[in-house]
Design a protein around this ligand. Structure first.
Ligand code: NAD
Length: 361
C-alpha cells in the first residue's frame, strides 16, 4: 500500500534552492521505486522570507512545518541580511523553528566515506571506517539555564554568569533518543559528561545509567568530556553513538565532523518528542558560490536520507539514497569542494543527474 508523506521544503538562501532541487528529484525517484508518495509544500524562510514578508520565519511557514510529517531545510543567511537587527536576522528564524517544533535533540553523523578518506586532516589508518553519530541535547543546559547575564557585584566589578542545569525529565528524553538511535546503528552508546566535577553531570550519569536496563541490546559506556575530545582524535573508531549535553555536544560534534574533512558532505537532524523533525546540511548558504552551479548537493541529499530513516521510518529508502551517493563517488564524480586529481568535476545539477542515474540501475 502506498505510504503518503507531507514534506515541507525550506530552500532558504544562497545555494539552498540549488541543492534542494537535487534532493527533491532524488526523493521523487526513490518514492516511485518504493511506493512512497511525497506531497511537497515549499515555504519561505531566512533571507528569502525577510525580503518577501519582512520576517525570517513567517507564521504561515511555521504552520506548514507543524502540519507536515517532516521538514527538509537547505540553508539560510547571506551578506545581504548580516547587518539587520538581531530579531530580523535569518538565524533568528532558525531558533524560532526549533522552538516552534520543540526540537530538543540534534543528530550529527560523522561518517568517513571510503572514497574521501584522504580529505581528512588525520591519517588514513586513524579515520578509515569511522562512523559516529553525536546526539546533542539542544534546548537545555548552560545555553538556557537561569540565572544568566552580566551583573555588577558589590565592588562594582562585573560578573558574567551562566548556569548549567538539567532536570531528570530533560535528561531522560535525550537519553532515550540516544538509546533508540544506537539501536538503529551499532548498538553502542557512549554518554559524555563531566561527572567528576559537575553535579549536573552526576545527575546526567545517574539518569542515563537508570535508563540502560530498558535497552538491554545497547552496550552503554560513560566518558568524561575531556577524555572524549582526546579519544575522538586518538582512536575515533571506538565510538558508535554518543549522547551528550548541549555545550559538550556543540563542541564534540564539530570535532567529529572535522574528522571527515568535507563540510559539503555532512547532514544533520533535529528531532522533537513528537511531530516533524527538521533535516538539514551542516554547512551554510555558501553565498560565495551561490547561483554558479558549483554547490555540492550531497549533504542535502544525505539529509533527505536521514529524514527517511529517523522521521519517516523508511530505512530501505534511506539505504538506497546512501548507496547512490557511494556509487557516484565510486565512479569518480566530484564537486569542486571534494575534487582531487584524476576525478571528474561536476556541477550541482550534473551531480544530481549522476545520482538519478545511480538510483535507476
Ligand atoms: P558556509 O558553510 O556557508 O560556507 C563555508 C565555505 O564552505 C564556503 O567557502 C562555501 O563555499 C563552502 N561550502 C559550504 N557548503 C558547500 C557546499 N554544499 N558545496 C560546496 N562548498 C560549500 O559558512 P559561512 O560562509 O560561514 O556562512 C555563510 C552564510 O551561511 C552566513 O550567512 C551564515 O550565517 C549562514 N549559515 C547558515 C547555516 C544554516 O542555514 N543552518 C549554517 C551555517 C552558516
Amino acid at each position: 500500500m502506498t505510504q503518503h508523506y507531507r514534506i515541507t521544503l525550506l530552500p532558504g538562501d544562497g545555494i539552498g534552492p540549488e541543492i534542494m532541487a537535487v534532493a527533491v528529484d532524488v526523493l521523487k525517484v526513490v518514492g516511485e521505486q518504493l511506493d512512497l508518495a511525497f506531497e511537497f509544500q515549499e515555504a519561505l524562510m531566512g533571507g528569502a522570507a525577510i525580503d518577501a514578508k519582512g520576517e525570517p520565519l513567517p507564521s504561515e511557514t511555521l504552520d506548514l512545518c507543524q502540519n507536515s510529517d517532516a521538514v527538509l531545510l537547505a540553508a539560510i543567511g547571506g551578506y545581504k541580511w548580516d547587518t539587520l537587527p538581531r530579531h530580523l536576522r535569518p538565524e533568528t528564524g532558525l531558533l524560532g523553528l526549533r522552538a516552534g517544533l520543540g526540537l530538543f535533540a540534534n543528530l550529527r553523523p560523522a561518517k568517513i566515506l571510503p572514497q574521501l578518506v584522504d580529505a581528512s586532516s588525520l591519517k588514513r589508518e586513524i579515520v578509515e571506517g569511522v562512523d559516529i553519530l553525536v546526539v546533542r541535547e539542544l534546548t537545555g543546559g548552560v545555553y538556557f539555564g537561569q540565572p544568566k547575564g552580566i551583573f555588577a557585584t558589590e565592588t562594582g566589578e562585573k560578573r558574567g554568569v551562566n548556569t548549567m542545569a538539567y532536570t531528570e525529565s530533560e535528561i531522560d528524553r535525550i537519553g532515550r533518543v540516544g538509546f533508540e538511535t544506537a539501536q538503529k546503528r551499532g548498538k553502542k552508546l557512549c554518554s559524555v559528561d563531566k561527572a567528576n566535577v559537575l553535579e549536573v553531570s552526576q545527575l546526567w550519569r545517574d539518569r542515563i545509567t537508570a535508563l540502560a536496563p530498558e535497552y538491554p541490546d545497547v552496550e552503554l559506556s560513560h566518558m568524561y568530556v575531556d577524555n572524549a575530545a582526546m579519544q575522538l582524535l586518538r582512536y575515533p573508531k571506538q565510538f558508535d553513538t554518543i549522547v551528550t549535553s548541549n555545550l559538550f555536544g556543540d563542541i564534540l560534534s564539530d570535532a567529529a565532523a572535522m574528522l571527515t574533512g568535507s563540510i559539503g558532505m555532512l547532514p544533520s537532524a533535529s528531532l522533537g518528542a513528537s511531530g516533524p523533525g527538521v533535516f538539514e546540511p551542516v554547512h551554510g548558504s555558501a553565498p560565495d558560490i551561490a547561483g554558479q552551479d558549483k554547490a555540492n548537493p550531497l549533504a542535502q541529499v544525505l539529509s533527505a536520507a536521514m529524514m527517511l530513516r529517523y522521521s519517516l521510518n523508511q530505512p530501505a529508502a534511506a539505504d538506497r539514497i546512501e548507496q547512490a551517493v557511494l556509487t557516484v563517488l565510486d565512479k569518480g564524480n566530484r564537486t569542486g569542494d571534494i575534487m582531487s586529481e584524476g576525478m571528474t568535476l561536476l556541477g550541482c545539477r550534473a551531480m544530481g543527474e549522476a545520482l538519478i542515474q545511480a538510483l535507476s540501475v
